[in-house]
Design a protein around this ligand. Structure first.
Ligand SMILES: [Cu+2]
Length: 154
């Protein structure tokens, strides 16, 4: 019984380590890049993360690329009457001492022409390019379900 408890405690701590991953570019922190697992037939996907800016100057995310997709675009959602529509944007601001969230239903990185199915448990590299902080490569984790509470409270 004790052994089982210990084993599950180890598993728990391993899985929470796996969930919390972050990357740094200058004053910017890129928190937990992830994408949702989709059916293998889906030609598109989206990537999400939270950008934290610990600096005194605004920065902007201006471009994204990844080897798993033919094309990656910055998207946001806008209200078009009753419905929410995706719209391409040229850049996304990360305010000084602020943050910018990329979440389902909001800003996201749209991936077109996927070259391989994205399966839960996989990860893939993605390069974010910022106006001031420059380029940084992050690792995007593919997750089976939309991530929940662990994304809040940072
Ligand atoms: Cu989109």
């Amino acid at each position: 019984m004790l052994r089982q408890l210990l084993a599950s405690a180890v598993l728990l701590s391993l899985s929470s380590l796996g969930l919390a991953h972050e990357f740094q570019a200058g004053d910017l922190k890129i928190d937990h890049p992830w994408a949702r697992e989709l059916p293998p037939t889906s030609p598109t996907s989206a990537a999400f993360f939270v950008l934290h800016n610990h600096g005194n100057q605004e920065d902007r995310l201006i471009a994204v690329s990844t080897p798993v997709a033919g094309k990656a675009e910055l998207h946001t959602h806008v209200h078009m009457g009753e419905v929410m529509r995706m719209q391409k944007v040229d850049s996304v601001s990360v305010p000084a001492h602020g943050s910018s969230e990329f979440v389902p239903g909001g800003n996201h990185v749209m991936l077109f022409d996927l070259k391989q199915p994205l399966k839960a448990g996989d990860s893939y590299p993605m390069t974010l390019e910022f106006e001031k902080a420059g380029k940084v490569e992050v690792k995007v984790n593919v997750e089976a379900a939309p991530a929940g509470h662990e994304h809040q409270g940072h």
